[in-house]
Design a protein around this ligand. Structure first.
Ligand code: HQG
Length: 189
């Protein structure tokens, strides 16, 4: 059983709040992200205060340092903050193309399987399809929606053809689309 302390719970709550606003709805806080997804730390803290969810700079530093998936980054000067990936608002994270390992993994759920095997993996509301180098990560992602289904992606083969892969600052592999011919259903015990 996992027992979370009050502080840990608060950090998770802040992380969820920031994920939502820095990836999807900055407008709800009266904020606009710059083209690369950054927002001034000072303006963010002011806005959260104004919207009855006060976050301190120390809170923010803790979330950036402790987020289980390193969801957020400060810039070098620590005056700006952004989500590392997962946006639905238009941002250009200025990612550098990178050659992926031979295989990457995607965790999903049974209900989506028929459609995925028909249309391939689509980015849905996000900017990219999210993949991981570790199968264990894919299992966790799939578990968010019930019994997980793990798909193995022939990433290096795709990259050799015409597909561009990126790796976000927090190690999530990103690609525009995965056609069905590069997907293999994995058996998990
Ligand atoms: C599915 C969380 C039907 C896809 C996680 C997924 C991850 C299709 C869902 C990160 C489909 C999209 C991303 C198709 C894809 N037909 N369903 N053709 N193609 N799908 O949340 O990968 O906590 O946008 O399998 O841990 O689940 O936010 O993507 O089930 O790392 O940092 O459509 O979000 O991280 O769902 O999750 P999502 P995802 P954070």
């Amino acid at each position: 059983m996992c027992i979370m302390t009050t502080t840990a719970k608060r950090i998770v709550k802040i992380s969820k709040y920031l994920s939502y606003h820095l990836r999807h709805r900055p407008d709800l806080l009266g904020l606009e992200l710059n083209s690369a997804g950054w927002i001034e730390v000072e303006r963010l803290l002011e806005a959260t205060n104004k919207h009855n969810f006060p976050i301190s700079l120390t809170d923010l530093e803790t979330v950036v340092a402790q987020s289980d998936k390193q969801r957020f980054s400060f810039d070098r000067s620590k005056t700006l903050i952004r989500a590392n990936q997962g946006h639905s608002v238009a941002v250009d994270l200025e990612l550098t193309p990178l050659l992926p390992p031979a295989l990457l993994y995607h965790g999903t759920h049974y209900k989506a399987l028929a459609s995925i095997m028909d249309r391939g993996l689509c980015k849905m509301q996000r900017h990219h399809v999210h993949l991981s180098a570790k199968q264990a990560t894919a299992i966790k992602v799939g578990q968010r929606r019930g019994k997980p289904v793990i798909l193995e992606i022939a990433a290096a083969k795709m990259a050799q053809l015409r597909f561009t892969f990126y790796c976000s600052d927090n190690g999530v592999w990103l690609v525009e689309h995965v056609p069905k011919e590069y997907i293999r259903l994995q058996n998990i015990n």
